[in-house]
Write a protein that binds this ligand. Structure first.
Ligand code: ADP
Length: 355
């Protein structure tokens, strides 16, 4: 058990007991002073980062050899954010906090390092099982949907109004289920780096307008006034039309879902300065300010949405698709007043020609 700091730096506030406790932590801990000098490493930090404490403490981070694991971790760490840093097959979660009220260390930084290799492996295994099960659900559902459609078509002439209504409802529910299955599978594909975007030359105008039109019936069911406006001209782009349709559908679907009856949703698509800019504005429940920074995270659902159906995956997939098109997505929202999502996708003739 160390009774003094293994260092040239003097930290009088740390007693032998505190040092002993720090050395028994199951997380690595590193302290930097306000000049970026390493003042302290606990035992686990030294072990995880293959560092000799005697030789490291007292050195400035930027004076460490570039290839040194400690340099890699400290140069990548970001304040108030947890980053994953990979070191020769070991995955470390690294977080950094500004020290504000600790005597000589005030203005310095506390870096926490955790070995998350095993956690990550277990999470990946769990996700693989979910993905396999979800994938297997797809086949019987597709068969069911095929038969539902065939029976409904048979019934177009005959069959009661009520029966036709039941079939439409069954088809709608089956489609929703199919959408949820796709979202779960895509969330897994994204995590595993298997998500693919297939770009080709396409016209975004009919794609966008078609998507808006498809929601008119749904808007009527929700009792929400849906209006859309789109540029008259064609919008050439090099894009994955199927995936971009999902982006528009997810934003419009969310706007309808989170807007109470008698509310309104306005969707606009304009081409300008080499981009296609889509806004989806609603007068719905809005998103609390504290939740806005997390809204594109996987499985995140804002507080107050527990009564609404959903998986919390749509926006994370939407953002991944937009990013894969070198576009951007932003949200502005006021709780209780409504939200406005804006998506920008590069487009134009030059893009098409350059492909
Ligand atoms: P889901 O809709 O399945 O919950 P999403 O990833 O599409 O998942 O959305 C994540 C969360 O973002 C929603 O649960 C909701 O809290 C919030 N959200 C998204 N769009 C809106 C909107 N138009 N109005 C209010 N909240 C929204």
């Amino acid at each position: 058990m160390p009774t003094s700091l293994p260092t040239q730096i003097s930290l009088p506030e740390l007693t032998a007991t505190s040092l002993a406790i720090l050395d028994r932590l199951t997380h690595g801990v590193i302290c930097l002073d306000r000049h970026g000098v390493i003042c302290y490493l606990n035992r686990l930090a030294a072990q995880l980062l293959e560092t000799d404490r005697e030789q490291t403490v007292g050195r400035r981070v930027d004076m460490l050899p570039l290839r040194h694991p400690l340099y890699k971790v400290l140069s990548e760490a970001r304040r108030d954010e947890t980053l994953e840093v990979s070191l020769d097959g070991t995955l470390l979660a690294v977080s950094m906090l500004l020290i504000t009220d600790a005597g000589v260390l005030s203005g310095g930084e506390l870096v926490e390092v955790r070995d998350v290799t095993a956690d990550k492996r277990q999470r990946r295994q769990r996700e693989e099982v979910v993905a396999m099960m979800t994938h297997d659900l797809k086949s019987p559902l597709t068969v069911l949907m095929g038969y539902l459609q065939a029976v409904r078509e048979e019934m177009v002439a005959g069959g009661s109004e009520m029966l036709r209504g039941c079939f439409s409802e069954m088809e709608r529910s089956a489609q929703k289920l199919q959408g949820m299955i796709e979202d779960i599978l895509d969330a897994y594909r994204l995590e595993a780096g298997l998500f693919r975007i297939n770009k080709h030359h396409c016209d975004l105008r009919p794609l966008f307008a078609g998507c808006c039109r498809e929601f008119m019936v749904e808007a009527e069911r929700y009792g929400v006034d849906l209006r859309y406006k789109v540029t008259d001209n064609s919008i050439p782009a090099l894009a994955d039309g199927k995936q971009l349709s999902r982006v528009f559908a997810n934003l419009i679907g969310n706007a309808l879902k989170f807007t109470p009856r008698h509310g309104s949703v306005a969707v606009e698509g304009h081409q300008m300065d080499g981009v296609f800019r889509v806004t989806v504005r609603d007068t719905g429940i809005g998103i609390p300010g504290k939740d806005l920074p997390k809204i594109f995270n996987k499985y995140f659902r804002a507080s107050g949405t527990s009564g609404f159906k959903g998986t919390g995956l749509g926006l994370s997939i939407t953002k991944a698709i937009v990013d894969a098109h070198d576009g951007s997505i932003e949200v502005e929202s006021q709780e209780g007043e409504g939200s406005c999502f804006t998506v920008v996708i590069p487009c134009g003739i030059s893009l098409n020609k350059g492909a």
